[in-house]
Design a protein around this ligand. Structure first.
Ligand code: PLP
Length: 406
């Protein structure tokens, strides 16, 4: 039985005040808070078990390497990947997608080849493809969601043409909370010989993920949204794509032998992890995934669905609040504006005075802002420790904004 009050006690920061009010943290879409077990794991990793990995034969290096490598297996299990060697550990989604852009897509795409992507993508799943457009003449083909924010997989499938080499698509919009049927898209793309990269930065936080059931070629996640440390993360790469991919960065750890005239590379996934990795960040991510798995991803999803429905009901009573997107099955992520009123930044500032943390701005989703015809929104994004009472605090604070600005 999911007991949110017990869960909240696991997060030290949630007991602090902001501007004299209890903190109501609704900026989980940007980054989530960390449970005590993650903080304790980080401390222990530095205070008692720290050394570089893969390099020394001494005891601490062995412990550190074992702790670090164990995380690869935890990430694989968390994502439903049967082989831990399909997991490349990195600093997060941005690095993962850039690795695919430089290492896999760039060498096999020519001028006129196409990448299909949705206007809901985060800049991390746009800019690495713009690099290919600028440098190699690759064409970006955009698909848009329906008015309610849902994205019919057929729209994406219909955009795939004879020159399409890749579909790069989010599993969950960080602005609208829309969940995309990436399994259906992958099936159709693969029938046409097209690879699929899924940005799982948001989805992996809020729902169980099974990359092998999805069937995708790449699935990127980022640790700091998963209640883990910033600078941690991973990307799942299907074995066939791993074999095709060139290393993105060169340096220590990713090589087997280096001579004046030759270099040979390590096997995957080490081949794609050059230099000293974020050892402790990654070990902290392992603790975060254990924590989430311990709570149960189904139970986390059910708790957040309840919050979504409750928030949707409360927002429905505010006829001056415009919420962007209401796709069936969406996550508890709400982007909104107050009709005819202040800029999102002003709303966020007033909410902050009430202890409520939301994000205001373009949410690194420029094409979606263009599509919606707005320059900025406020976003309340809920996590596993939020409560219905916090929805009420948000609504009270929004009513104050309405009184101030309308
Ligand atoms: N993709 C989505 C959907 C996101 O929400 C984010 C973070 O906001 C990212 C990618 C980028 O993640 P990171 O900055 O951790 O690399």
């Amino acid at each position: 039985m999911y007991d949110v009050e017990t869960v909240r006690r696991d997060f030290p920061i949630l007991s602090r005040e902001v501007n004299g009010k209890p903190l109501v943290y609704l900026d989980n879409g940007a980054s989530a808070q960390k449970p005590k077990v993650v903080l304790d794991t980080i401390r222990r990793a530095y205070a008692e078990e720290y050394s570089n990995v893969h390099r020394g034969l001494h005891t601490l290096s062995t412990i550190s390497t074992e702790n670090y490598e164990a995380v690869r297996g935890k990430i694989a299990a968390f994502l439903g990947a049967s082989d831990p060697d399909t997991i490349v550990m990195n600093t997060g989604t941005t690095e993962g997608i850039n690795m695919v852009s430089y290492g896999w897509a760039a060498p096999r795409m020519e001028a006129g080849d196409e990448i299909v992507l949705s206007v809901m993508e985060h800049h991390a799943n746009i800019v690495p493809w713009h690099f290919l457009r600028e440098r190699q003449g690759v064409v970006l083909k955009w698909v848009a969601p329906a008015a309610d924010g849902s994205l019919d997989p057929q729209t994406v499938i219909d955009a795939i043409g004879p020159r399409t080499k890749l579909v790069a698509i989010t599993h969950m919009s960080n602005v609208l909370g829309t969940v995309v049927d990436v399994a259906a898209i992958t099936r159709a793309a693969h029938e046409r010989g097209v690879a699929v990269l899924v940005d799982g930065s948001q989805a992996a936080v809020h729902m169980p993920v099974d990359v092998e059931a999805i069937g995708c070629d790449f699935y990127a996640i980022t640790g700091h949204k998963l209640y883990g440390p910033s600078g941690s993360g991973a990307i799942y790469v299907r074995p066939e794509r791993l074999a095709e991919m060139r290393p993105f960065m060169g340096g220590g750890d990713m090589i087997r032998e280096v001579h004046r005239d030759t270099v040979t590379y390590n096997d995957a996934p080490m081949k794609f992890e050059a230099g000293t990795p974020g050892i402790v960040a990654q070990i902290g991510l392992g603790a975060a995934l254990d924590y989430m798995t311990g709570l149960g991803m189904e139970d986390i999803a059910a708790h957040e669905s309840d919050l979504r429905d409750y928030a949707r009901g409360r927002f429905g009573g505010l006829n001056w609040l415009s919420v962007q997107g209401d796709a069936p099955g969406k996550a508890a992520i709400f982007s909104f504006m107050l009709d005819g009123a202040a800029h999102a930044h002003d709303i966020s500032t007033v909410l902050d005075k009430k202890g409520v943390a939301v994000r205001a701005g373009h949410h690194c989703a420029g094409p979606l802002m263009d599509h919606l015809g707005v320059t900025a929104t406020c976003r309340a994004s809920f996590g596993l420790y939020n409560t219905r009472a916090e929805v009420d605090v948000l609504v009270d604070a929004l009513e104050l904004c309405h009184d101030l600005f309308a």
